[in-house]
Ligand binder design. Structure first.
Ligand SMILES: NC(=O)c1ccc[n+]([C@@H]2O[C@H](COP(=O)([O-])OP(=O)(O)OC[C@H]3O[C@@H](n4cnc5c(N)ncnc54)[C@H](OP(=O)(O)O)[C@@H]3O)[C@@H](O)[C@H]2O)c1
Length: 364
């Protein structure tokens, strides 16, 4: 790679899916930071309206309705940073991340155990290409990974880590939508995961149920799910035993009892498609967020019996996700991370979580 080609790439930040919920917010936040943004999506009128609403009516727009076309445009126009808010990360992330190389940087919001390892698997290629790829730059992965990294700072690997992602999100009126519906159905069929003696093993979806009393006195429930927080917490701690739970997993006793039957039914491809279609169309009523704060939580035990607990407090989980993405994209544009493929705190340290507006509450 020539030095000229690398330098030419420091400049534009492309927002793929700029008309979506997160995309619109990130567009406005990056515009407020005077970033050189390009809005990418499938509808020119909606892209221009998003740019105008973001206070950047003259921002460039690129109309594109396929990952392959976006990848080709990235390859020829060489943006400095690509922010992927398209979703379906197991399918979209590696194609788009590869298009950024050499020299360009990439960030996405993946949070599942299919997409995260695939993107992290590009580490060697990214180092070689002097590119930084960040996956999981949203509430769940960062809010838990950052607490683990803080608690484990200057300590040996613990024996046991438990992380809990307890998002609180305001709902806008609309429908559930395809991406979220598919993620929920796939959670039921894949079951939970945990690290046991250094191996990733299956667990029951809804295992490790806990009723939390939060630092602000409110309460929340969470249970085990196949979630990307698991990989990030394992990487940040080096622990051989890691458990992850989320507030998105089913916590009611009746639903958890019915899960094996649902899982068997939904593993029939026709039933899965039907369930995703029905769930995607389900109406969502406008509602305020259920709790004042979103919380990331970690409980850690070391071989000598030392135990530490910590929390990261944030506001609305979606707003915090947009702040994490904005801060990550800005840092990538300034070339502040080492080359390679990382989860967010692995790339920038746990301070990213506070730079995005979170607050640590750690014991001791
Ligand atoms: N990790 C986390 O903490 C976290 C938090 C929040 C969200 N997420 C994930 O981030 C993703 C985005 O969330 P969101 O709420 O912003 O979703 P959203 O509102 O559905 O936005 C998705 C955007 O991508 C666009 N898009 C999708 N496929 C496309 C294609 N083939 N060509 C062109 N544009 C395409 C959509 O375009 P149209 O507007 O034309 O439909 C829309 O603008 C989802 O996968 C969500 O699960 C993760």
């Amino acid at each position: 790679m020539t030095q000229d080609r690398r330098n030419a790439r420091m400049g534009e930040i492309w927002i793929l899916g700029a008309t979506g919920r997160i995309g619109r917010t990130v567009t406005a936040k990056l515009a407020a930071r005077d970033a050189d943004i390009v809005l990418v999506g499938r509808d020119g009128d909606r892209l221009r309206k998003t740019a105008a609403d973001a206070g950047a009516p003259d921002a460039k727009v690129l109309i594109s309705d396929s990952v392959e076309h976006m990848a080709a445009e990235i390859g020829s126009r060489r943006p400095a940073v690509v922010v992927n808010t398209l979703g379906d990360y197991a399918r979209t992330a590696t194609t788009l991340a590869r298009a950024c190389m050499p020299g360009g940087h990439y960030v996405d919001l993946a949070a599942d155990l299919d997409a995260l390892p695939r993107l992290l698997g590009l580490h060697g290629e990214a180092v070689e290409a002097a590119s930084t790829l960040v996956t999981g730059a949203g509430f769940g992965v960062l809010a838990t990974e950052a607490v683990v990294a803080e608690l484990c700072r200057d300590r040996p690997a613990p024996v046991q880590v438990r992380v809990d992602a307890l998002g609180s999100v305001a709902m806008a009126a609309g429908v559930v939508g395809e991406a979220f519906a598919a993620a929920m159905v796939d959670m039921v069929t894949s079951g939970g995961r945990r690290y046991q003696d250094g191996h990733l093993v299956r667990t029951r979806l809804g295992a490790d149920l806990r009723n939390h009393t939060l630092p602000d006195g409110q309460t929340a429930k969470s249970a085990g799910a196949p979630s990307g927080e698991l990989l990030a917490a394992q990487g940040a701690s080096g622990a051989r035993n890691v458990v992850v739970t989320t507030g998105l997993a089913p916590t009611s006793r009746i639903v958890r009892a019915l899960l094996p039957a649902f899982a068997a039914l939904l593993s029939i491809p026709r039933m899965r498609r039907l369930a995703v279609r029905q769930l995607a169309r389900t109406a969502v009523k406008e509602a305020p967020r259920p709790r004042t704060h979103s919380w990331g939580h970690a409980d850690i035990t070391w071989p000598d019996g030392t135990h530490r607990e910590g929390w990261l407090r944030a506001g609305d989980g979606m707003d915090y996700t947009a702040d994490v993405l904005t801060e990550t994209a800005s840092r990538l544009a300034r070339g502040e991370a080492p080359a390679g493929a990382y989860t967010p705190a692995a790339a920038f340290g746990p301070g990213l979580a506070t730079a995005a507006g979170g607050t640590f509450i750690l014991d001791q």
